[in-house]
Write a protein that binds this ligand. Structure first.
Ligand code: CMP
Length: 139
């Protein structure tokens, strides 16, 4: 059964380009509510652990290096069908293939620096949210 929460990160490229505000506006306009939020920076070790499922992929080293290169915003978001609706809102992983009006089409430049992360399943949304917010209050 689909749950009503997903997890997102606004990635270092989008933070560095001052897109936190415009991206959060898109998220709010699409009907998501912020349940938890943190402005932080991942170490190489913590980025490596977060993306451990991709360890065997050729881009893993680049991904970890990139995701630890600057501050990010991590958040848990709430809405009916949160995981699938959020993936529609952000668009394809490769921004050149993302639908017009999606967050990645509007704010991302490349597959690696693709502005935002969105969980791909309810199970991963739970795991990823806990990675950043275990023990923190959610509102
Ligand atoms: P994300 O949704 O955060 O989940 C895994 C990330 O790996 C993905 O977004 C991309 O940023 C990154 N990624 C996927 N494919 C590639 C690739 N071919 N080269 C570099 N990074 C990639």
């Amino acid at each position: 059964m689909a749950t009503n929460r997903t997890f997102t990160m606004i990635k270092p490229d989008a933070v560095g380009n001052n897109y936190i505000g415009p991206i959060l506006a898109k998220i709010n306009e699409a009907g998501f509510r912020v349940v938890a939020m943190k402005y932080t920076k991942l170490s190489v070790e913590s980025a490596g652990k977060f993306y451990e499922v991709h360890k065997a992929r050729p881009f893993y080293g680049e991904l970890v290096e990139y995701m630890s290169s600057g501050p990010i915003v991590a958040a848990i978001l709430e809405k009916d069908n949160a995981v699938s609706d959020f993936r529609k809102l952000i668009g394809a992983t490769d921004p050149s293939k993302a639908e017009p009006g999606t967050i990645r089409q509007l704010f991302a430049k490349s597959i690696a620096a693709n502005a935002v992360h969105g969980s791909d399943s309810d199970e991963n949304a739970e795991i990823e949210g806990n990675y950043f917010f275990a023990g923190s209050e959610r509102f």
